[in-house]
Design a protein around this ligand. Structure first.
Ligand code: IPE
Length: 263
């Protein structure tokens, strides 16, 4: 990355990018309810890793869980189907900001210098089925350079021809990892890794074709996510990625392998 990337005069230190899944930090079946225990464990792990220097730069992304999804489905908004109703946008974005505020508060309680970055205010999606996401990252990069932990979240995003669609935390992780030149990428959710057809964790994936059958991927049809889509996107990154459950978070942040390594 050049010195002109907006992050300062020297090449920035590559950050770790971590996603906390919405299903991990919220109670998925109860509208706008946190899973306080799981969120506390996750925030403890982040605070410990920064304290002992295992991680020096960290960007966090969290998903929607019972905050965003509930409002998005009520208003028929998804990653591909948008709304032009400002009230619907406010409902989805407002719920995600409330969740973001809870996450920030619990991180700051542990002296993690966490600050919000709201994708709705930054990004735009191009028209069309692939809907390329443009997410300017100079604010996030500059915050990292100044010692903050930026915390982004799944959100609404301006979308040409659709109004506002949903941008998922998984999409944001891939954008951040590529755009910031991440050192490592972690995706923490309620599953212990990428599972094979027998339900066992696959320890490492370095070739999509070798696992496509086990993941139930059917040719080019998997554009909208699912584990196969996620694996494909993580494989395309330069940085090694790990997909793991709550137990894997502390080891991942210490620099160890956790769950499934995708490289
Ligand atoms: C969804 O984000 C955000 C909204 C619904 C606005 P994700 O799709 O990343 O959320 P989880 O992690 O699956 O809950």
């Amino acid at each position: 990355m050049s010195a002109d990337s907006g992050a300062g005069e020297t090449d920035p230190v590559p950050p770790v990018v971590l996603k906390l899944g919405g299903s991990l930090i919220t109670e998925k079946d109860r509208p706008e309810t946190l899973d306080e225990g799981a969120l506390a464990v996750a925030c403890d792990a982040v605070a410990d890793a920064l304290d002992d220097g295992a991680v020096d730069r960290l960007a966090v992304v969290h998903g929607g869980g019972s905050f965003g999804h509930h409002h998005a489905s009520e208003h028929g908004v998804s990653t591909t189907s948008g709304t032009r109703d400002a009230g619907a946008v406010a409902a989805v974005h407002g719920a995600m900001k409330r969740l973001n505020a809870h996450v920030l508060e619990r991180l700051r309680d542990r002296d993690v210098p966490a600050v919000p970055v709201h994708p709705l205010s930054l990004g735009a999606r191009a028209e069309g089925a692939d809907g390329d996401l443009d997410l300017p990252l100079s604010s996030t990069a500059t915050l990292l350079g100044e010692g903050f932990v930026p915390v982004l979240h799944g959100d609404g995003v301006a979308t040409a021809g659709e109004g506002v669609t949903v941008v998922s935390g998984d999409e944001l992780v891939v954008e951040l990892a590529a755009g910031l030149g991440a050192r490592r990428v972690g995706v923490c959710s309620t599953v212990p890794g990428v599972l094979d057809a027998d339900g066992d964790v696959i320890s490492a994936i370095d070739d999509f074709d070798a696992v496509a059958d086990a993941l139930g991927a059917s040719d080019a049809t998997d554009v909208s996510g699912g584990m196969a889509g996620k694996v494909r996107e993580l494989l395309a990154l330069d940085a090694p990625a790990h997909v793991f459950g709550a137990d894997g978070l502390a080891p991942f942040l210490r620099g160890e392998d956790a769950g499934t390594r995708i490289d």
